[in-house]
Design a binder for this molecule. Structure first.
Ligand code: AKB
Length: 318
């Protein structure tokens, strides 16, 4: 990776990936783009407003900056997608296809995240294998499976260096996620710090995989820097660091805020989506093929999240 472009850089992952990539490859070598103007992304490197569905403008920027690696982070997430499936398909697949085509025309590598949403209710729920049944029941999941298949197609058919990981929920403290089913695992920390109370939209025993953002960033960069000769898989690798349910994360928060209270007001859409996803996935292939090795677990992440969120919203020691 020498000249990188991030498409959808204003989102939860992009806002932190931009900073991390610039710290490694140099600010001038990482072009951040987003559909909306952004005050922070232009600070230490180039920023451009780009609608990823505008293929001409997208291609023009790739050529102008002589880009060799694209991180395509544009997506409507699972819950938002269910509210407008046609829009989700148009945006998620439109950005994917433009990224792959522009990569083909310009000889770029491409990273497009997949998700645990690529799995469905008939996938083995525990220790979900890398290669298994994939019949998602959300439009977001359908887009992710399509993304995996198209990325592998472009690799085999055109030699495009397309790679991806299946992200679980990502917990972070810079930019809030929006429209996802796993968002509760971020919101809970803000509410715990602000009000010592959280109303959870998912049942107490709903297990899902999660990653803390520093590990998610390492996954993006580690995979794109991996020796291609070692990659048996490409699109897409299971990656995870922990699996917990709402009652488990609440208990962890109570170790720091003993009077933290959790109430439940179940969102039937999010419940249905979460119930169709695995409880925990097996990331052995990522560990074997490109040395994936997450550093954060629930205890260390919780300590860090409460510290950073506390500082951010001026709550002192919670
Ligand atoms: C979502 O909840 O939709 C995302 C995901 C798991 O891909 N965070």
């Amino acid at each position: 990776m020498k000249k990188i472009m991030i498409v959808g850089a204003g989102g939860q992952i992009g806002s932190e990936l931009t900073v991390k990539l610039r710290s490694i490859y140099g600010g001038a070598n990482v072009v951040a783009t987003d559909i909306k103007p952004n005050d922070t992304l232009g600070g230490d490197g180039p920023f451009a407003v780009l609608d990823a569905l505008d293929a001409r403008a997208y291609a023009e920027l790739v050529a102008r900056y002589d880009v060799d690696t694209i991180f395509n982070l544009v997506a409507l997430l699972s819950a938002t997608g269910e509210r407008d499936p046609q829009l989700a398909w148009r945006v998620n697949i439109g950005a994917l296809m433009n990224s792959l085509e522009i990569a083909r025309e310009n000889g770029c590598a491409v990273f497009t995240p997949s998700s645990i949403a690529a799995f469905g209710p008939d996938t083995p729920k525990d220790n979900t294998p890398q290669d298994t049944v994939m019949h998602p029941t959300t439009i977001y999941g359908v887009c992710k499976v399509t993304g995996e298949l198209m990325s592998d197609y472009y690799y085999h058919r055109f030699g495009i260096d397309a790679r991806s990981v299946r992200f679980p929920g990502i917990v972070s403290n810079l930019t809030l996620p929006g429209g996802g089913t796993t968002d509760y695992a971020v919101e809970i920390y803000y509410e715990a710090v602000k009000h010592k109370r959280f109303v959870c939209p998912l049942p107490e025993d709903m297990y899902m995989d999660m990653l803390y953002m520093p590990d998610a960033l390492d996954a993006c960069i580690g995979l794109m820097e991996a020796d291609p000769a070692r990659l048996v898989h490409r699109n897409s690798f299971n990656v995870t660091a922990m699996s917990f349910s709402p009652e488990v994360i609440a208990a962890e928060i109570r170790k720091h805020i003993p009077d933290f209270v959790m109430d439940y007001d179940i969102d039937p859409l999010k419940e249905r989506i979460a119930a169709s996803w695995p409880n925990n996935i097996d990331d052995t292939c990522a560990r074997r093929e490109w040395d994936w090795n997450p550093k954060w677990d629930l205890a260390s992440m919780t300590e860090d999240m409460l510290r950073v969120v506390g500082k951010k919203i001026g709550a002192g020691k919670y």
